[in-house]
Design a protein around this ligand. Structure first.
Ligand SMILES: N[C@@H](CCC(=O)N[C@@H](CS)C(=O)NCC(=O)O)C(=O)O
Length: 230
């Protein structure tokens, strides 16, 4: 059987199937760049269930053996980038010439980086572990309870910022002056948080976070997000 690794467009089974939040966030930004600038890319399917990401060819691009990784073939020597937030920042720097999804202002860009890092370091590991322990064959109520509480706590941090409780300025997005602007900080966070139901939270629980729920809906409405099935 031949394994087709390269596709001219995002294939239907990536758009419509078991894509991960980490895969989704980079894919959403690529779709945004395509809509804004016509940026093109090809996709290589990685079947994590067969550990394709642990094979030598993949490790040569990302020694961490995790998806996604991007490879910039516009460079004379193709340049691989691992870690989703680094990938979003790379794409922003190289392919978003008008900074539609970032800022030219240093202070606004600093806000973007803070929230991007916040989710990468203080959100995704908790929500990721929550999913891991919820799915694990050996059920550990201690681990599930720890990661459930921490994930809920960081949802509360996102709510606090959006609500403007301490700043007097409610926000529509994570970073930027006034109500803020949709950026890669939103994309990086959204792909995870929107799956609160899959992480086992109830609507009643999430009603504690009305700003967060509105932010989720605001981003879900974007054509680039609609174009991939979450
Ligand atoms: N911190 C990494 C996390 C990447 C990651 O955990 N990817 C998961 C999919 S969501 C993966 O490759 N899992 C398969 C494995 O662990 O081998 C990033 O942001 O890129």
């Amino acid at each position: 059987m031949t394994f087709q690794t390269c596709h001219d467009q995002t294939p239907a089974d990536v758009r419509q199937a078991k894509n991960t939040p980490n895969g989704q966030k980079v894919q959403i930004f690529l779709e945004e760049l395509a809509n804004a600038y016509g940026t093109g890319w090809t996709t290589t399917l990685i079947d994590t269930s067969t550990n394709e990401q642990k094979k030598d060819w993949f490790l040569s691009f990302n020694p961490n053996g995790r998806i996604p990784v991007i490879i910039d073939n516009t460079q004379s020597h193709p340049h691989p980038v691992m870690e989703t937030s680094a990938e979003l920042l790379y794409l922003l720097e190289k392919f978003d010439s008008s900074k539609k999804f970032g800022f030219t202002d240093t202070l606004e860009q600093s806000e973007l980086i803070q929230w991007l890092f916040f989710w990468h370091g203080s959100g995704a590991p908790y929500q990721g572990n929550l999913s891991f322990f919820r799915r694990a064959q050996e059920q550990s109520s201690f681990a599930i309870s720890r990661f459930r509480k921490e994930t809920f706590r960081v949802f509360g941090v996102l709510e606090l910022q959006l609500s403007g409780k301490y700043t007097g300025q409610p926000k529509n997005f994570r970073a930027g002056k006034g109500a803020g602007k949709y950026t890669i900080a939103d994309i990086g966070t959204w792909a995870w948080v929107q799956n609160w139901q899959g992480s086992g939270y109830t609507k009643e629980e999430m009603n504690e976070f009305p700003y967060l729920l509105r932010w989720i809906g605001r981003i879900a409405d974007r054509p680039a997000v609609q174009s991939i099935r979450i």
